[in-house]
Design a protein. Structure first.
Lengths: 147, 173
């Protein structure tokens, strides 16, 4: 038996004797010294310990109406469905377009050059048109002024 | 509930980001099996490769400058379809429905052409070009950071005009 257990059983014995009014003065002093050394073992100490434990205890979960629980489950399910649909669409789209991706840099460069040239000349054509229209408007103004 | 809201917001945001190039993607999917159309897609990875190239001439330098901030190019084109005019009209409807802003339209006896853009924070992030002729239909989408000034300089630098260049594009598919 360990020293601590031995001490505990001795104290228990002494306590029983004490409540029976059979302890000697020396034994009472022994008890007093023991509880002075271990205040947490006294009735008072136990009370404070229990209170402390209550304070640190996390409060139980707030009451939740069962329907609210279901609602959140439904919305989670809906979100997952939307996510899945979006993922499928994205994957499908990516797959259908992968086959048209130009892998050869030289070819890609040439295509980009031609495409941008086309866009560029288109933009310039538009600009020329707007200039011409501007000229027509100017001409109209001049004519109306002359009138 | 808050978590759900955040999830939905993220989902919507990712779909919106993905929606870049919606019109051209739609046509890619629609015409995937149609051999009459040439379909080309150039990835952002390829564009990042281009930035490492060295310019040989001034015109080329201008070109590399214009494409330095691009992230993608997609083209669907055909020179031999009967319903080109109808496709052009439908494409314009789709472009409008997808929320693009019209930049300019050019119409002449042979062809119609329209440029539309999608802006974000004052910057053009996508330029769409739709061309419709008698037998010709082109839908081109450029995305990334687009500088119209730089792009319009390209043709001037190379002294080339006209739209016939596209017919020379052959992606090999």
């Amino acid at each position: 038996m360990s020293k601590l257990k031995l001490m505990e059983s001795r104290i228990k014995e002494l306590q029983e004797k004490y409540w029976a009014g059979e302890t000697s003065l020396a034994e009472e002093a022994e008890l007093k010294a023991y509880f002075k050394k271990n205040p947490s073992l006294t009735m008072e100490g136990r009370y404070w310990n229990a209170l402390k434990a209550k304070q640190t205890q996390t409060p139980p979960k707030a009451f939740k109406h069962p329907s609210a629980n279901w609602r959140s489950r439904w919305s989670v399910a809906a979100a997952i469905t939307v996510g899945l649909i979006a993922a499928v669409l994205v994957i499908q789209d990516a797959r259908s377009q992968r086959e048209f991706v130009v892998e050869d840099p030289k070819e890609a460069y040439e295509i980009t050059r031609k495409a941008l040239l086309m866009v560029s000349s288109g933009l310039n054509e538009g600009k020329t048109y707007s200039k011409e229209i501007g000229n027509i408007n100017k001409a109209k103004e001049i004519i109306s002024e002359e009138k | 509930m808050k978590k759900l809201f955040v999830t939905i917001t993220i989902l919507v945001a990712s779909v919106v980001t993905y929606a870049q190039g919606t019109v051209v993607n739609k046509y890619f999917n629609q015409l995937a099996g149609d051999d009459k159309f040439t379909k080309v897609s150039i990835s952002s990875k390829m564009f990042s490769l281009f930035t490492e190239l060295e310019a040989g001439s001034e015109a080329e330098e201008e070109f590399l400058k214009a494409i330095s901030k691009l992230k993608g190019l997609k083209i669907i084109a055909s020179d031999s379809i009967g319903n080109a005019a109808k496709m052009y009209t439908q494409a314009l409807k789709d472009v409008d429905a997808a929320g693009y802003d019209e930049l300019m339209s050019v119409q002449d006896a042979e062809e119609n052409m329209r440029f539309s853009i999608k802006e974000s924070g004052g910057k053009i992030e996508e330029l769409l070009m739709v061309v419709g002729g008698k037998k010709r239909f082109v839908l081109l989408s450029l995305y990334g950071e687009i500088d119209l000034k730089n792009i319009s300089k390209i043709a001037k630098g190379m002294n080339v005009g006209g739209l016939e260049n596209l017919s020379k594009i052959d992606a090999g598919n």
